[in-house]
Ligand binder design. Structure first.
Ligand code: ADP
Ligand code: ZN
Length: 616
């Protein structure tokens, strides 16, 4: 073991309380500690922070961390204080005196880490401060914010190139969880990282179980999911519209679930309050638009649910990635249906954007739909999207209960003919509900009024129920074998591809519709070949809950989020091992020297009080 690695490992253990580095952390840490530049691509929850925190502690001077997210900055600093690290931040929330005090400490060499908002750092005052400091390294977090094509673009990030010019001797490490090749090139170019070593960590998140089910009544499905599988746990529910956010939150609250709504329509203060409640409490369900989430670093989010289809696989991956950052079992759950496909396509078609942008947006949506419709392992599909390979995972719905497939050629032909016949008969086209009614031979008012009970396709699909027909139609739309005309009341039209199916030149294998497939009912805690240990006995659970209650108290006293005191992972391990001395506690992951001194005795007492009496 190199000398640097030995010292780094000692810091990891003593300060952060972890026995060993994960994945490429050790390589990254030693590379940066030796003065090298690095570009680190690691999924959310992969452990990016330690990649710059440890080298900052190893090197002389203060590590300067550029982070665009104020909330995240504050939580990180709070967590570092808990671990006994001298860290501070500079951002717009502080008054003059606070700023001066921190700057003074930085100049006096009393800080190990200094977090700065980019506009702070780039201001004259920021640069003047940096000029006076011995800087150990620059860490540029969320480095994809330099990408002008990305959804998180930050103007100020473009100016961070100045760091390379002004402080050429200081190592720089840029980190992100966005991995596609185009963004990577942009980061290298704009941040002047041509000589940096690139580290790409696997994007697999093995503890997240992916599930995508067909939508029938989404709110009822959601309620069932939360009640049956995640009662009392933290989660995020994503909806597309503000209205749907509010209605869903209201429904959950009415059903006795501790839910909050969050979207850009609330005032900054309201948003802040809600976000804090979510972060600090143990079991809040946040119902939100995608305005919520970036910079939410809460490790114990047990599920992320989507009631509406994300626009892209990147979006889906980023949003679901907020689940299970602590490595414990977590779920990414989504329901989707035909209406989602129609809505997303319409949003693209009716946007003001230029043609090339629309084409790109449609391609992204197609990839997302592919993830929904695939009958293969969802994780393999996701990793494939990021150019990575994986084996079938055994921890997604498709692996746990392989979906039924059927030869859908005949059904597709019936549906396509019905669209054609009705339009020909009336001289104009019709929407999904009407076409399905005609197929099923239903004599609705509209069918009779239009005389469609006399077209040749009337009733040819009576043996198949409505859910199945919708599933067939959805897949045809996904495959672009049916088009939906958004400018004319969403009527259905044939496409260039339809002909091949109608003539039998192209055969189709479709996913069988099923309202509730077995995997959906199976309990997370009993199913699967998942590597992460399942929660154990009732006794263990009792100790765990007692520890959580203790942690809540401490967090309240210190005014910090509960997880910064100690993670669920550590509490679980304590509950499992029942250490009855502070010395034994020291070997629990997440308990470093500072926490041991601070909390050791208290924890041992909680364990003693809560654990079952010995038998005999
Ligand atoms: P990211 O910024 O990549 O999303 P974090 O740096 O917040 O991830 O780390 C995610 C979680 O993993 C944190 O709870 C962190 O304490 C934990 N972690 C990181 N590295 C290790 C390690 N080597 N051993 C154990 N836990 C780790
Ligand atoms: Zn799988």
């Amino acid at each position: 073991m190199s000398d640097t690695l030995a010292r780094a490992t000692r810091i990891l253990q003593d300060v952060f309380g972890y026995p060993e580095f994960r994945g490429q952390q050790a390589d990254i840490v030693t590379h940066v500690a030796a003065g090298g530049d690095a570009l680190v691509l690691m999924p959310t929850g992969g452990g990016k922070s330690l990649c710059y925190q440890v080298p900052a502690l190893l090197r002389d001077g203060v590590g300067v961390v550029v982070s665009p997210l104020i909330a995240l900055m504050q939580d990180q600093v709070a967590a570092l204080h808990e671990a006994g690290v001298r860290a501070e931040f500079l951002n717009s929330t502080q008054d003059w005196q606070q700023v001066q005090a921190i700057e003074r400490r930085a100049r006096a060499g009393e800080l190990d880490l200094l977090y700065m908002a980019p506009e702070r750092l780039l201001a004259e005052r920021g640069i003047a401060l940096l000029d006076q400091l011995e800087v150990a390294l620059f860490a540029i977090d969320e480095a994809h914010c330099v990408s002008q094509w990305g959804h998180d673009f930050r103007q100020e990030y473009l100016q961070l190139a100045v760091l390379a010019e002004r402080y050429p001797a200081v190592p720089r490490i840029a980190l992100t969880a966005t991995a596609d090749a185009a963004t990577r090139r942009e980061m290298i170019q704009r941040l002047h990282l041509q000589d940096a070593r690139t580290f790409v960590e696997s994007f697999d998140r093995p503890n997240i179980r992916y599930r995508i089910a067909e939508k029938d009544s989404p709110r009822r499905q959601l309620l069932h999911f939360i009640r049956e599988e995640h009662a009392g746990e933290s989660g995020i529910v994503y909806c597309l519209s503000r209205k749907s956010v509010e209605e869903t939150a209201e429904m959950l609250v009415k059903e006795g679930i501790d839910a909050l709504a969050y979207h850009a329509g609330f005032t900054a203060t309201e948003r802040k309050e809600r976000q804090n409640r979510f972060i600090e409490d143990d079991g809040v369900v946040m119902v939100a638009t995608i305005a919520f989430g970036m910079g939410i670093d809460k490790p114990d989010v047990r599920f992320v649910a989507h009631l509406d289809l994300p626009k892209s696989v990147e979006g889906y991956y980023q949003e679901t990635g907020r689940a299970g950052r602590d490595g414990q079992p977590a779920e990414a759950w989504m329901v989707y249906g035909l209406a989602d496909v129609v809505q997303q396509r319409r949003l693209i078609e009716q946007s003001e954007a230029e043609e090339p942008f629309k084409r790109a947006a449609n391609a992204k949506l197609d990839a997302m739909l592919g993830l929904c419709e695939t009958v293969r392992c969802r994780r393999q599909y996701l990793l494939g999207y990021f150019d990575q390979v994986g084996e079938p995972c055994g921890n997604c719905d498709n692996c746990l209960a392989p979906p039924a497939q059927h030869d859908g050629t005949e059904a597709a032909q019936k549906l396509l003919s019905c669209i054609y016949r009705c339009a020909k008969y009336s001289g104009f086209a019709f929407g999904a509900q009407h076409i399905i009614d005609v197929l099923r031979g239903k004599r609705t008012e509209k069918v009779l009024e239009r005389g469609h009970d006399s077209v040749s396709t009337f009733g040819i699909g009576a043996e198949v129920d409505e859910t199945q027909w919708r599933a067939v139609l959805r897949q045809l739309v996904t495959l672009r074998l049916v088009a939906i005309d958004h400018d004319h009341w969403n009527v259905l039209r044939l496409t260039d591809g339809s002909r091949e199916v109608l003539t039998g030149a192209r055969r189709l294998t479709l996913r069988q519709a099923a309202a509730a497939r077995p995997a959906d009912r199976r309990r997370r805690k009993t199913a699967g070949t998942h590597p992460v240990a399942a929660p154990g006995s009732p006794q263990e659970e009792a100790v765990f809950q007692a520890l959580r209650a203790w942690r809540r108290e401490v967090a309240r006293e210190h005014g910090v989020p509960a997880y910064t005191v100690l993670h669920d992972t550590s509490l679980r391990e304590i509950a499992r091992r029942l250490p009855d001395s502070a010395a034994l506690l020291g070997s629990v992951a997440g308990i470093g020297a500072t926490r041991l001194v601070r909390y050791g005795d208290a924890i041992v007492q909680v364990v003693r009080a809560a654990r079952p009496a010995p038998i005999g």
